[in-house]
Design a binder for this molecule. Structure first.
Ligand code: IPE
Ligand code: IPE
Ligand code: MG
Length: 242
């Protein structure tokens, strides 16, 4: 635009306030990132796991209380076996890493999704990490074998087991995998797709959505800042008049 300077986006925010309690990331674009470099998709997942470490810690430094990352969906089992195996190996390495940061960053880990699909050793490791970090304060949800529809079905089945004949929205919310944290204020998706791919369907009803073309392995601290700047420029109405 002639003569109009684009508002300078400040990088390195100091901290967020109570308006931003929970940020969720759909970490997409690992495969395309690798393909652009002539490398196998697994290479992108490896770089993506590094990005995840960095972004989670950066969010902590901004004082964001709750972070959720979408790491593996209920639909991602459709991928070739070697890719799924590579992701499972990375997951095992990531659990080791989590042990080193959960103490330093006061992080309470929750693996959200159906853990029963994982092999018993991996499932036990996931549960142990959750248990070992349960007295920490900041929350990190890692969505694994997670699907929003699957989660709602699971919640309703829990309510049936409890003998409920009629249910409320609160009953569903409190039986979701995310019952321990508030709904996401902001959902960020990388890599250009404008969809939510079965992520936080119930909880995301009033989340602000932010889409960027940046591929997840390239996603940086300043990209987090940009998403947060945009979030703070939005007006949330929740259906009311403000
Ligand atoms: C996201 O990156 C990681 C997972 C879904 C496990 P993708 O692997 O979907 O990367 P693209 O979308 O193919 O580039
Ligand atoms: C969403 O990405 C799932 C994760 C980021 C874990 P996908 O790459 O699986 O989504 P689609 O297939 O493009 O919708
Ligand atoms: Mg993808």
């Amino acid at each position: 635009m002639f003569g109009i300077k684009k508002k300078q986006i400040e990088t390195k925010r100091t901290a967020v306030d109570e308006r931003l309690q929970h940020v969720a990331f759909i970490m997409d674009g690992n495969g395309r990132w690798a393909k652009k470099r002539g490398m196998p998709r697994e290479f992108g997942h490896k770089k993506g796991a590094e990005t995840m470490k960095n972004i989670v810690r950066y969010c902590g430094s901004l004082n964001i209380n709750c972070v959720t990352v979408y790491a593996f969906s209920t639909e991602n089992w459709k991928r070739p076996k070697n890719e799924v195996d590579a992701i499972m190996n990375l997951l095992n390495e990531y659990i080791d890493y989590l042990y080193t940061v959960m103490k330093e960053d006061d992080i309470q880990i929750h693996f959200i999704g159906d853990k029963n699909r994982f092999n018993p050793e991996l499932k036990a490791r996931l549960e142990k990490a959750e248990k070992d970090s349960q007295n920490n304060h900041r929350i990190l949800n890692v969505a694994l074998n997670y699907g929003g529809r699957d989660e709602i079905v699971h919640a309703v089945n829990e309510l049936i087991k409890q003998g409920k004949k009629e249910i409320t929205e609160e009953d569903i919310s409190s039986n979701l995998y995310t019952a321990h944290c508030p709904a996401p204020d902001l959902i960020v998706r990388t890599a250009g797709e404008i969809r939510t791919s079965n992520f936080l369907m119930w909880q995301g009803a009033y989340s602000e959505l932010y889409f960027t073309d940046v591929l997840w392995p390239d996603f940086s601290e300043s990209d987090v800042d940009k998403a947060i700047e945009e979030y703070y420029n939005r007006t949330r109405r929740f259906g009311a008049v403000v």
